[in-house]
Write a protein that binds this ligand. Structure first.
Ligand SMILES: Cc1ncc(COP(=O)(O)O)c(C=O)c1O
Length: 356
C-alpha cells in the first residue's frame, strides 16, 4: 500500500509560489518576438500596463528584483556617489554587494522605524559640499520592508522623504518588491505610493505568483538608459514574452487576492503569539510576513527549524533567534492552523525535555 504523501507547508518565502494554470495557458499562447530588437508584443503590453498602473511614463521587464535594483541604482547615481539606504535594506543585505562592486556607489545606512527612514535623519546625514565628502545623489526605501517583516512605509512617510529629496536635489527610488501588498493592506491605489518617487521596481515573482521577473518603472529617459544597462548586465532577453505573459495575468488577476495572505498572516501571528516562549510583535504584522523570536525557548535556531521541518513546516532564519514565516498563494487557513499546532507541540516537547 502506498503511504499518502505528506503535504509540505512552505512558509519560507512568497518566492516559492508556482504559476497559476491561467499563467501557464497565457505563456503557451503568448505572441512572441525578439525583445532586444523591441519586437516582443507581450513584453510591450506588460511594460505599458505596469507604467500605467504605477502612474509613470515607462517600464522595463528585468530578470529579477536584484537586477531591477542594480539597473536602477546605476541610472539614478554615478560611480562614487553616496546613496542613503535603510540599514536593514535588501539592497544592502542580500544583493551580493553589487551596489558597490558593480554600481560603484557608497551605501550610507540610516536606521529606520519599522523600516521607514525618518526624514530628519536623512536631513541630518546630508553634509554641506566639501572636497572631502562623497556627493549624495539618491535616497532608497524598501516597501514593504522585508527584514522588518513586511512593514509598510506609508504614503505620508514617503511624502516627507520626498520633500527632503527635492530640497537637496536628490533622486528618490523605491525597492517596491512587494508594493502591491502595501497598497492592498492599506486599501489604497498603488499610485498613492509611487507618486512620491522618481522611479521604482516591483516583483512579479513573489506574492504575485509569476515564475520569473521584476519590472522597473519611471520616466521615459530613465527607462531608456535602464534598457541599455540591462543589456550590459546580460539581461537582454529575446522571446521574453513567455515571462511577460504570466506578468500580465498577475497584474490583472493576482493583486486583490493578497488580502487573503494578509488575513492568514494575522491569524498565524495571533496563534503563535499565544505560545509560551515565542514572541511576536503584532504591530509589525502588516502584510504577509510574520517574524518571531524564540530566544526564550533556549534552543538553537537550527534545532527549532529542523523540528518544524520534521513536522512539514518550512520557515526561514532571519537573525539569531529570529525566524520568519511568509503567507502566499497556496497557503490556506487549514495550513495556518496546522502550522500553529505543529509549533505548539514542538514547544511543549522542548519544554518538557528541559524540565526532565
Ligand atoms: C525587498 C526585496 N527587494 C529585492 C529582492 C530581490 O529579488 P530577487 O530575489 O528577485 O532578486 C527581494 C527578494 O526577496 C526583496 O525582498
Amino acid at each position: 500500500m502506498q503511504m499518502p504523501r505528506k503535504e509540505i507547508i512552505d512558509l519560507r518565502s512568497d518566492t516559492v509560489t508556482l504559476p497559476t494554470e491561467e499563467m501557464l495557458d497565457a505563456i503557451r499562447h503568448a505572441k512572441l518576438g525578439d525583445d532586444v530588437y523591441g519586437e516582443d508584443p507581450t513584453v510591450k503590453k506588460l511594460e505599458e500596463m505596469a507604467a500605467e498602473k504605477m502612474g509613470k511614463e515607462a517600464a522595463l521587464l528585468v530578470t529579477s528584483g536584484t537586477q531591477a535594483n542594480l539597473v536602477s541604482l546605476m541610472n539614478n547615481a554615478k560611480r562614487g556617489d553616496l546613496v542613503f539606504l535603510e540599514a536593514e535594506s535588501h539592497i544592502y543585505w542580500y544583493e551580493g554587494g553589487g551596489i558597490s562592486s558593480i554600481a560603484g556607489l557608497l551605501p550610507w545606512l540610516i536606521k529606520g522605524d519599522f523600516g521607514a527612514i525618518n526624514p530628519e535623519d536623512i536631513e541630518a546625514a546630508i553634509r554641506p559640499k566639501n572636497i572631502h565628502f562623497p556627493e549624495p545623489s539618491l535616497i532608497c526605501i524598501e516597501n514593504t520592508h522585508n527584514r522588518y517583516g513586511g512593514t509598510i512605509v506609508t504614503p505620508s512617510q514617503m511624502r516627507a522623504i520626498s520633500e527632503v529629496a527635492k530640497k537637496h536635489g536628490l533622486k528618490f527610488y523605491m525597492d517596491g518588491a512587494r508594493i502591491f501588498n502595501a497598497a492592498v493592506a492599506l486599501r489604497i491605489d498603488v499610485k498613492e505610493f509611487t507618486r512620491h518617487v522618481d522611479n521604482l521596481m516591483f516583483c512579479l515573482s513573489k506574492s504575485l505568483s509569476c515564475p520569473v521577473g521584476s519590472v522597473v518603472v519611471g520616466g521615459q529617459q530613465f527607462i531608456d538608459r535602464a534598457r541599455k544597462t540591462r543589456k550590459v548586465l546580460g539581461g537582454g532577453m529575446r522571446q521574453a514574452g513567455i515571462i511577460a505573459a504570466a506578468g500580465i495575468v498577475a497584474l490583472e488577476k493576482m493583486i486583490d487576492r493578497l488580502e487573503e495572505d494578509h488575513r492568514n498572516a494575522k491569524q498565524l501571528a495571533e496563534g503563535i503569539a499565544k505560545i509560551t516562549g515565542v514572541k511576536v510583535d503584532l504591530e509589525a504584522v502588516q502584510t504577509n510576513m510574520v517574524r518571531f523570536d524564540i530566544s526564550n525557548l533556549g534552543v538553537p535556531d537550527e534545532l527549532f527549524v529542523l523540528k518544524l521541518k520534521e513536522n512539514n513546516v518550512l520557515v526561514s532564519t532571519m537573525a539569531k533567534n529570529s525566524l520568519r514565516m511568509v503567507t502566499h498563494r497556496g497557503i490556506e487557513k487549514v495550513h495556518i492552523e496546522k502550522a500553529i499546532i505543529a509549533m505548539e507541540s514542538i514547544v511543549k516537547e522542548l519544554q518538557s525535555k528541559k524540565q526532565a
